[in-house]
Design a protein around this ligand. Structure first.
Ligand code: ADP
Ligand code: ZN
Length: 720
């Protein structure tokens, strides 16, 4: 017997399977899709069995070990990997590795174990027990076991030595069973609502139409989540299963609570804040068929559920559904592909759909369903836009209107959310006499000053250095902080208001459980003001919040990306939706220096359709998606001169070969140098280009042995 094995190394030069022979002793354990250990040059590697063959060739090396009893790479996932490779031009192994938690990746060195619970069973019948002489503790332990309380963890509290004695006398025996580490015992009771007419219609359309992909466009608070839950309930009745994707950051206890209230423990949860052990356990629950609903962030799209009926992608416009590292897949594409395999449906939901998705409803590729009113019949919050150019007190971070409103809410004992989409203390450190700006030596970006650690930090590579007091250029004592981040605003809030402030951003949520802790504490009204970056804008539901303030709406308008208006509109609509969700009417104050920009002025009425119309006009004029597709190619390396020449060569080759496309560049990327490597960008814009994939494959093939250049191709990039 021989097997074809795809080994763990992701390298274009060995992007193929290697054949090994199987020693007789291991033949019975061989299955397509399990991992094996194999010799590879001087190394020992892990890989997946892709094929099994009968004919025995001579000169082959033996596999060393079979790692799994159960199949990891099912037939469906095996094909899905090929699909990802085809669509993103990644290596096949990287497509497979990205689907699994660490414990199931092909990786020779990892060792993430199952956890077990030890428990005890009686070896003799209950009647006989009475006749045996036991001391008090021994008797208590035996009784506990008879009553079903048999885990070692609880019995050891009675007496460890008595357990030992019982074992040695063969009265009890020790057993172990798999333990799922994520605590699932808590039960919840979020109310179940009678769906309103719009919601009922949405459920019926999805259940009864023949279309495959649906876009649920519903304003914030219109009850989309209830629609998801109802559809899942109906799918389960048909013996089908469901995947729900939510943005990483909104996978909060609040969200999980709503699903658990309805589906108890038939849910597995997958997100990056779980430990690797917990992820492994959740994954096994899925493959062992113990759950029929999976809720998770992007990579949960690969959950090995059988008989999927519905895949729901909440906040479908969110950029985190696109993986930024290789393979650069978009979970929506994977969802649609898996739905084909399972004859399932895909439901995309959003208050502010991506322009691409909404265009597809107009082109009748997606079936549009609308929820136009808030489920609790509350009005949308009243939004005020404050022109910061007109503020009398210059240089203040807070307008008079915002200060007054915060004071009003504090006096009513209501809660406030404040958004500033920039973390740290100051966004620039600059010298006021020579103009020197503190930059990262590895990346071409300015350093952000963090006061709590008194360090200047790079938000790209993590580089950190002590704050400069004296300018390193002109040696004057005139270094100043410019721009403002959440850390600085927190300090200001504490100066101006007598309020309990909690900050939620990347820096305060880096430890496990920190994110949940802040949310729970705020929900319990241990704080009056929640200040944070965009991570507070999504999915949260706090009944006591009646004021949302945006400190500076312009930060996201300034990013060098043709989607900056779209992102700004999304963010403002989302954050405005965080208030007035219960009985009390809410208000929103947006501070900006660009009050007339349509992305900001339209967020006032949350008029998505008008925004869509405006933005589409601009995209058409400039020929940007959805009017074309984009492929972004980065030419990366550390030899600047060589790179400059070669990226020109590449751009010209592409021009010659893709005649139906517009080729931009090579240009110096918005971030030119990252982690000591230079980036040149080439952009391909096309509507229809049959030669695109064949040619890009050729290009990758041509450069795969060139060690001075890396080509990084991103189809439909989002953060660009
Ligand atoms: P979305 O996901 O669209 O933002 P949610 O599903 O979170 O909306 O619903 C918004 C609020 O309205 C929630 O507090 C929810 O409990 C409530 N809600 C949803 N559906 C109904 C309904 N049919 N009747 C009453 N309240 C509802
Ligand atoms: Zn850096």
């Amino acid at each position: 017997m021989t097997v074809n094995v795809l080994v763990e190394l992701s390298n274009r030069n060995i992007d193929k399977t290697f054949t090994y022979s199987v020693p007789k002793s291991l033949e019975n354990d061989i299955k397509k899709g399990v991992r094996v250990k194999v010799p590879f040059g001087k190394q020992k590697l892990e890989g997946y069995i892709i094929d099994i063959n009968k004919p025995l060739q001579d000169d082959l090396k033996d596999i060393l070990e079979v790692v799994d009893k159960e199949i990891i790479l099912t037939d469906e996932l095996m094909n899905l990997g090929l699909f990802i490779k085809e669509k993103t031009l990644c290596t096949l192994i990287s497509a497979y590795q990205t689907m699994f938690p660490k414990a199931l990746k092909a990786q020779n060195k990892t060792n993430i174990n199952k956890a077990y619970i030890k428990y005890y069973e009686l070896l003799i019948s209950k009647d006989e027990i009475d006749n045996i002489k036991l001391n008090d503790n021994g008797r208590r332990i035996v009784n506990e076991i008879i009553n079903g309380n048999n885990t070692r963890d609880s019995l050891i509290k009675i007496s460890e030595s008595s357990i030992k004695t019982l074992l040695s006398k063969n009265i009890i025996e020790e057993k172990k069973k798999e333990k799922y580490r994520l605590d699932n015992s808590k039960s919840y009771n979020y109310p179940k609502f009678k769906l309103n007419d719009e919601q009922t219609n949405a459920v019926n359309v999805v259940m009864n139409s023949d279309d495959q992909v649906y876009l649920l466009h519903g304003i914030t608070g219109s009850g989309k989540t209830e629609v998801y839950i109802e559809i899942i309930e109906r799918m389960l009745k048909l013996n089908k299963t469901a995947i729900v994707l939510v943005p990483e950051i909104s996978l909060t206890p609040q969200m999980v609570e709503r699903f658990k209230s309805r589906f108890n423990d038939s849910i597995a949860i997958l997100h990056s804040r779980l430990s690797e052990g917990e992820k492994y356990d959740e994954y096994r629950k899925i493959s062992n068929g113990l759950v029929n609903i999976v809720i998770g962030a992007r990579s949960a799209i690969f959950a090995p559920l059988k008989n999927i009926g519905i895949i729901i992608i909440d906040e479908e416009h969110t950029t985190t559904y696109k993986q930024e590292s290789n393979p650069k897949y978009n979970a929506i594409d994977i969802a649609i592909e898996r739905a084909k395999n399972h004859n399932a449906k895909v439901l995309l939901g959003s208050a502010t759909p991506s322009l691409e998705s909404y265009s597809r409803t107009i082109a009748k590729k997606y079936h549009l369903i609308e929820l136009n009113k808030r489920a609790n019949n509350k009005d949308l919050p009243e939004v005020t836009i404050v022109d910061m150019n007109k503020e009398k007190k210059k240089g203040s971070y807070f307008s008079k209107a915002l200060i007054d409103k915060i004071n009003e809410k504090l006096s009513l004992n209501e809660q406030i959310i404040l958004l500033l989409n920039r973390r740290g203390y100051a966004s620039f450190v600059t010298c006021s006499s020579c103009g020197y700006v503190s930059k990262c030596p590895n990346c071409d970006v300015t350093l952000t000053y963090h006061k709590s650690s008194d360090m200047e930090r790079c938000h790209y590579c993590g580089y950190a250095t002590k704050r400069h007091e004296i300018c390193p250029e002109c040696h004057e004592n005139s270094v100043k902080n410019l721009g403002v981040g959440t850390e600085k605003i927190e300090e200001e809030l504490n100066k101006i208001f007598n309020a309990r402030v909690v900050r939620m951003d990347f820096d305060t949520t880096s430890t496990k459980g920190a994110h949940e802790k802040i949310i729970t504490a705020f929900k319990n009204h241990e704080y009056d003001i929640l200040l944070g970056t965009q991570m507070i804008a999504k999915g949260l539901d706090f009944p006591l919040v009646t004021l949302v303030g945006v400190i500076n709406a312009d930060t996201s308008l300034m990013i060098p990306n043709f989607r900056s208006s779209e992102y700004t509109f999304d963010l403002l609509s989302q954050v405005a939706g965080r208030c007035g969700r219960s009985e009390k009417q809410g208000s929103v104050i947006i501070q900006t220096f660009n009050p007339n920009h349509y992305a900001i002025s339209l967020a006032k009425t949350q008029d998505y359709k008008l925004f869509f119309k405006n933005e589409m006009m601009i995209r058409r004029k400039l020929n940007y998606p959805p009017y074309c597709y984009i492929v972004s190619i980065k030419v990366i390396g550390n030899d600047y001169d060589y790179l400059k020449i070669e990226s020109n060569v590449i751009a010209n080759k592409i021009r010659d070969n893709l005649k139906n496309s517009e080729i931009l560049g090579p240009s110096i990327g918005s971030i030119f140098k990252v982690k000591n490597e230079y980036h040149f960008g080439i952009t391909i814009k096309y509507k229809k280009e049959d030669n695109l994939y064949p040619y890009l494959k050729k290009l990758l093939e041509y450069y795969k042995t060139n060690t001075k250049i890396k080509l990084d191709i991103d189809f439909n990039p989002l953060l660009w």
